[in-house]
Design a protein around this ligand. Sequence first.
Ligand code: B12
Length: 313
Amino acid sequence: MSIDDDVLSVEEVAVALGVHYMTAYRYVKRRALEATQVEGQWQIRRSDLEAFVSSRSERRAKAQGSPDSRRTADYHSELHRCLVESDANAAFEVLRSAIDSGAGMEEVYLDILSPVLAQIGASWARGEIDISVEHRATAVATRLVGQLSQRCVRRGRHRGNVLIGGPAGERHSLALAMLGDLLRLHGWDVSDLGADTPANSFVHAASSINNLVAVGVSVTSDESLASAAELLSTLRRAIGDELPVLLGGSAIRDVAHARSLGADHFAQGARGFIEFLDALKTTSATPSKDSAATPKSGPKKAPKKKPAAGDTD
Ligand code: B12
């Protein structure tokens, strides 16, 4: 019930807009619709509702011209605000509305969440925001990925196993979590060792996973380039030279850089990794998740055919 004619409750806004109560509530929480809280109740001025309606029609009209870029830009600015303000629920709503409007998980991770994180990292590097803001934003992003990863489960054929992780000293585990989800979406079973993994754990995992088709080493920080090189040489000595080992992540510039650190392959970003795996001639057998996880005594043979020398760089 309204307090007066010019102030509406969330329920009344929902009726006026012809949407569900929760949708109206999300507009308020995302601050797309101006509202104030009085004694625990949201109040929306009629003039703010009118402004919201006309800006929404304007956005829709513009979106018809250039749907993807327009919508993505809106999500960026809203998500950026939510991460900087550490508002996890509102951040989740932004991504949920992107999904509701047709964005796939690849788009959500790579075209919405990652660029916003990069923007926050750049603001920190320029001294515009305190490191605590970046840490808080990262904590929210970590929760988001945790909530969203259940949408990256693909039923049906299992194409094989992929082992990913970061070398000792590398702390950027979020990149691995997103990468793992995206590979799963494409039908791969992923063992993610996380960041900061000792070389002997990589060796143990690579030696004990059945139907392992590739190992991906992720380097985001320049600080862990040396330990990545050590890891690659230890891995190669221990597992032989058949299993493809890729180096990637935002600290690896190109294939020459990857090779100078001892990797035999490089791929650009998660999409590059997916293309690399697609190009592998994997076994036609489709092991179940359980058999894929069965330990085995020695290193697994990789598929004979590898992508051509240029890889996906
Ligand atoms: C979040 C974050 C952190 C968090 C990490 C928390 C966590 N659990 O992950 C914390 C706060 C701990 C952190 C710490 C540091 N960070 Co930091 N961080 C970031 C930030 C903001 C986002 C990183 C992220 O998750 N991006 C999203 C992911 C999905 O994108 P991505 O990394 O590109 O990963 C994708 C691809 O590269 C690819 N990929 C990843 N791995 C692999 C592997 C293979 C094989 C392949 C094919 C593909 C692939 O798939 C991913 C999905 O698309 C970035 C900013 C930025 N530009 O990204 C800075 C950034 C990476 N950090 C930076 C720095 C400097 C640091 C610190 C050194 C700061 C300090 N002095 O303490 C430390 C410690 C670094 C260390 N030793 O590891 C710099 C790195 C510069 C550099 N090249 O070295 C950046 C770029 C910030 C900046 N603009 O300067 N950081």
